[in-house]
Design a protein around this ligand. Structure first.
Ligand code: NAD
Length: 266
């Protein structure tokens, strides 16, 4: 505990369970003194999120389905009651696509309806959250979203999620440029493959996981604490001069071109 986040109020979107990336980030922020509010999607997840929030001394647990803009506005209104209309940071860790389209060739499996739905939930929701959060950050703030290397390089089966993450990363740059004059920083954390509910929706997820472990410079996948530590940096004054960045937390996998010959031949 450093007290680095003491007195700072933050909204965490995207905890589904204790494997969620958002949970790893929340845990670290709480350990450094942050005061947290959580959202959940649907009552079933709400029953899981409330006890997790309690472990981090929070009873601010609000329903929010980003497909329904009225539910987003209701969550911010309820948050205002608890945080006096002020916010210092936001973690957006939300992604969704039809699992049936995260398998096979992008060119074959992608439909218009799921393309629009995937981009709305996984990309545009960050802009809609930023629009609302910025109004509550009169003294500056920091916004963070979660992305994946499939945004810029082709990962088998990642398909429309890769397209959504590319658009999300572009959104980070446009939002950073627009909100920078108000002292609001906007960044993305690009995590390596992790065993979460969303991660399990991608075909051959285990293969991606094992491939990263074998070929990444650190020869391992990343943990919730790895992601939490980098998120703490991006959300705290430690990264005060950083905005519009995509920060990789992937054991260095993104720098590698050819897979290791010894592993390929084994
Ligand atoms: P997760 O399943 O734990 O979290 C995904 C969250 O998105 C869930 O809490 C779910 O409720 C929420 N969500 C989906 N649709 C929603 C909606 N309409 N309204 C509100 N919330 C909604 O999985 P995770 O891996 O922790 O995913 C968090 C973020 O991290 C996602 O953006 C994901 O793409 C990204 N990411 C994941 C990995 C990985 O390997 N798991 C790697 C890099 C980036």
């Amino acid at each position: 505990m450093t007290g680095l986040m003491a007195g700072r109020r933050g909204l965490i979107l995207g905890v589904a369970n204790d494997h969620s990336i958002a949970w790893g980030i929340a845990r670290t922020l709480h350990a450094h003194g942050a005061r947290l509010a959580f959202t959940y999607q649907g009552e079933a997840l709400g029953r899981r999120v409330a006890p997790l929030a309690a472990k981090l001394d929070s009873d601010v647990v609000l329903p929010c389905d980003v497909e329904d803009i009225a539910s987003v506005d209701a969550a911010f209104a309820a948050l205002d009651d608890r945080f006096d209309g002020k916010l210092d940071f936001v973690v957006h860790a939300i992604g969704f696509s039809d699992k049936a389209q995260l398998k096979g060739r992008y060119v074959d499996v992608t439909t218009r309806d799921n393309f629009v739905r995937t981009l709305t939930i996984s990309c545009f929701s960050f802009t809609e959250i930023a629009q609302r959060a910025a109004k509550r950050m009169s003294e500056g703030g920091s916004l963070l979203t979660l992305t994946y290397g499939g945004a810029t390089r082709v990962m088998p089966n990642y398909n429309v999620m890769g397209v959504a993450k590319a658009a999300l990363e572009a959104s980070v740059r446009y939002l950073a440029s627009d909100l920078g004059p108000d002292g609001i920083r906007v960044n993305a954390l690009s995590a390596g493959p992790m065993r979460t509910l969303a991660g399990a929706g991608i075909a051959d997820a285990r293969l991606m996981f094992n491939h990263q472990r074998a070929h990444a410079p650190l020869r391992r996948t990343v943990s919730l604490d790895d992601v939490g530590g980098s998120a703490l940096y991006l959300l705290s004054p430690l990264s005060g001069g950083v905005t519009g960045e995509v920060h990789f937390v992937d054991s260095g996998y993104n720098i590698i071109s050819m897979p290791r010959p010894d592993v390929l031949q084994a």
